[in-house]
Design a protein around this ligand. Structure first.
Ligand code: BES
Ligand code: MN
Ligand code: MN
Length: 462
């Protein structure tokens, strides 16, 4: 049988078309209007794993969306790789900013992807990256080169906090037993410079509600005499950062793991152009915590950001009104050793305590998760690096990412194994944004690189 490179060349059109079919199903987990589509997508994932060569594929029912479990066990004495991915996607809005429809995938070229990229919601996060693993399995089965056992666990609630996956993992530790967990749901530095994600931030996501008077009021008759919940909410939110952009919640930084000067110097070696960064976002300058550079602010430092804020009159024209209520959704990205339950508690106490007497405040926690860091001297990391080195011609650089995959720390706790984050996306792929896309180069390179991970992982495990 030919090698992986020629297999990809020979089958690439089919690989692309199969992914496009998967992307057409709008599996938006956050919105119940799409629930049948989410279920249809799980079914499509199941069929794809059967076709790729799994011996057993199960639709595992959960309190939420099903988890697709697949396996091919060739010899119980050989190592087992557990592949995790998610088939759900973020909501596509704002719709009007898409240049083509989010669930009608099209291939377009960009400056960064001259060979073309598939534009669709979920193209990179995570259907495209998950499907690379399905096609890599197909190759290894077809060419009889699968060197170890493989298990797949593909969920449909990652974008809403993975509640059912936590439930499933706790109940299926034996079934999910493995030697290493492999995930492609992160990014790399560029198509010329691969990187391996060695850290993820944790998360605490809360919603706040500020209530003032018992009804919306005339802003002339009452303005100036009662607390305006929107004014108050804005003031409270503004007070959560000081002039150095440190977060002011008492105790917030107590457990933050500080990096040594050596570690920070090592981080600074990763290629990065501030000019390009600013140009790509059309901003005149960056903004953030004093004492840290951009690549530290967005990875090793915790943050607090408003993700949405609303209240009062938002229709056409002007309405003179003091709203009874104001709302905001707030995320805090956390770093290793910060505990998300503790941070949620600290936030709730502080936010409630700074409210003036004229309003009441309600804080509702949503989901969260712990951060993650992984060493670079493990067999898994080395195998991943060897695989990237072979397909890209240069070694991968370890990078701590700012994003969160809360389930990774749970895997370590429940399944006692390390996760290797082999991402093939780029920051410019616009995940969660309008016009999300995934480079054809990246997709095919991923399919090419994954079988090498298996090969080297098994070799290094001997
Ligand atoms: N795949 C992303 C996380 C990610 C992307 C990590 C790029 C590193 C690099 C994942 O699907 C995601 O969006 N996670 C959420 C958290 C979740 C609890 C909703 C996030 O980071 O906002
Ligand atoms: Mn993802
Ligand atoms: Mn995501």
């Amino acid at each position: 049988m030919e090698n992986i490179k020629s297999y990809v060349q020979q089958h690439k059109d089919r690989f692309i078309n199969e992914l496009i079919e998967l992307l057409k199903i709008p599996s938006v987990s956050a919105d119940t209007a799409y629930s049948q589509d989410v279920i249809d997508t799980s079914e499509a994932v199941k069929v794809s794993l059967e076709k790729a060569g799994c011996d057993l594929v199960e639709v595992c029912d959960t309190p939420g969306y099903p988890i697709i479990y697949g396996e091919k066990i060739i010899d119980p004495n050989l190592p087992t790789v557990l592949v995790y991915g998610h088939y759900d996607v973020q909501p596509p809005d704002p719709m009007e900013l898409w240049t083509s429809l989010p669930f009608e995938p099209v291939i377009k070229t960009t400056d960064i992807h001259p060979e073309g990229a598939i534009f669709a919601r979920g193209a990179c996060d995570d259907k495209g990256q998950m499907y690379m693993h399905v096609k890599a399995l197909e190759y290894m089965v077809q060419s009889n080169t699968l060197p170890c056992n493989v298990k797949f666990m593909i969920e449909g609630e990652e974008e809403v906090g993975s509640a059912s996956l936590a439930w499933f993992v706790e109940r299926n530790q034996e079934k999910l037993k493995n030697d290493v967990i492999l995930i492609s749901d992160t990014g790399m530095i560029s198509n010329q410079q691969p990187s391996i994600t060695t850290g993820l931030r944790g998360l605490s996501y809360v919603e706040v509600e500020v209530t003032g008077p018992n009804r919306d009021l005339h802003s002339g008759l009452y303005g100036g005499a009662v607390a305006n919940p929107i004014n108050i909410l804005a003031k409270m939110i503004a007070s959560l950062h000081d002039e150095d952009n440190h977060i002011t919640i008492p105790g917030f930084y107590d457990k933050v793991q500080e990096l040594s000067a050596e570690e920070r110097a090592e981080m600074a070696k990763a290629p990065f152009s501030l000019e390009k960064y600013k140009n790509a976002l059309n901003i005149a300058d960056v903004y953030g915590e004093k004492g840290y550079v951009t690549n530290e602010r967005n990875s090793i430092r915790p943050t607090l950001d408003v993700n949405g804020i609303w209240g009062g009159y938002q229709g056409e024209g002007a309405k003179t009104v003091i709203a009874s209520k104001a709302f905001a959704k707030i995320s805090m990205r956390l770093v290793p050793n910060q505990d998300w339950h503790e941070i949620t508690e600290l936030f709730t106490q502080h936010f409630t305590s700074i409210a003036p007497a004229g309003v009441t405040v309600k804080v509702t926690p949503h989901h969260g998760g712990q951060g993650y860091v992984t060493p670079i001297d493990s067999i898994g990391y080395k195998a991943a690096n060897m695989a990237y080195t072979e397909t890209f011609g240069v070694p991968a650089i370890p990078v701590r990412s700012g994003g969160s995959i809360p389930i990774v720390s749970l895997f370590e706790k429940e399944l006692k194994s390390k996760t290797i984050l082999m991402g093939f996306g780029l920051d410019s792929d616009a995940i969660h944004s309008p016009n999300e896309h995934f480079g054809i180069f990246n997709y095919l390179k991923g399919i090419e690189t994954i079988p090498l991970f298996y090969k080297y992982f098994v070799e290094l495990s001997k």
